[in-house]
Design a protein around this ligand. Structure first.
Ligand SMILES: NC(=O)c1ccc[n+]([C@@H]2O[C@H](COP(=O)([O-])OP(=O)(O)OC[C@H]3O[C@@H](n4cnc5c(N)ncnc54)[C@H](OP(=O)(O)O)[C@@H]3O)[C@@H](O)[C@H]2O)c1
Length: 188
């Protein structure tokens, strides 16, 4: 599957690597093009690096691995490119103040992915997953599962059943057991 990654930081880089190793065509992107290129080189698979708009156009599935507070601006920059696409949202409502992590209140009493769905618009097919592991843990558990070892559970949530079905093979190929957590209103 063609997977675009927007944000090649702590989470996007290892996640893209797991998918590239599994044989998916991965296109890394970042605000910093050098970071995207480095992630592609480190991916050990069929990977390339470029600009966020290119990754969004490339992906049948697009993973938004940018900070929670940057999410609306990144969506605006992508200028409708995500419409009709399956978007994977691993973002947690955590921001940074003076170098320290702080929990951000999600507006409107929504869950985090319900709010991201609101930001993305109704035409985007959101699936929330890959948000429950730290990056080093994700990589270690994923590699172990890919090599035939015990598989860790990876929950996923969404309101679009077909989009959820399309994301399950990515979760499994990344080395995890996909666990359906229900709709976006039930998401962690
Ligand atoms: N790290 C974790 O433990 C963890 C675990 C689970 C889920 N998550 C979630 O995963 C998401 C990413 O977290 P992270 O830890 O990987 O953050 P990160 O290391 O800061 O990576 C985010 C990347 O996105 C880039 N970016 C910012 N604005 C962009 C834009 N307009 N277009 C393209 N790229 C842009 C950032 O570039 P700059 O640095 O230049 O701004 C950075 O390289 C967050 O929502 C977080 O909640 C993280």
């Amino acid at each position: 599957m063609r997977v675009g990654i927007v944000g090649s930081g702590r989470l996007g880089t290892p996640l893209g690597r797991l998918l590239a190793v599994a044989g998916h065509d991965v296109f890394f992107s970042d605000a910093d093009p050098d970071r995207a290129a480095a992630a592609a080189r480190a991916a050990d698979g069929q990977a390339q690096g470029g600009k966020p708009g290119e990754a969004a156009r490339f992906g049948e599935v697009v993973i938004m691995a940018v900070g929670w507070e940057a999410f609306p601006a990144v969506v605006a920059e992508l200028d409708g490119t995500l419409t009709g696409k399956i978007v994977v949202d691993p973002s947690n409502p955590i921001g940074e103040r003076d170098g320290a992590a702080v929990v951000v209140a999600v507006p409107g009493g929504l869950t985090s992915p319900q709010y991201q769905q609101h930001v993305l618009g109704d035409g985007v097919r959101l699936v929330r997953t890959f948000n429950t592991k730290y990056p080093n843990e994700l990589l270690e558990l994923g590699i172990a599962g890919q090599r035939g070892g015990a598989r860790a559970d990876m929950p996923y949530w969404g309101d679009d059943d077909e989009a959820k079905k399309a994301v399950v093979p990515l979760i499994e190929d990344a080395g995890f057991t996909a666990i359906d957590g229900g709709g976006l209103s039930e998401a962690l």
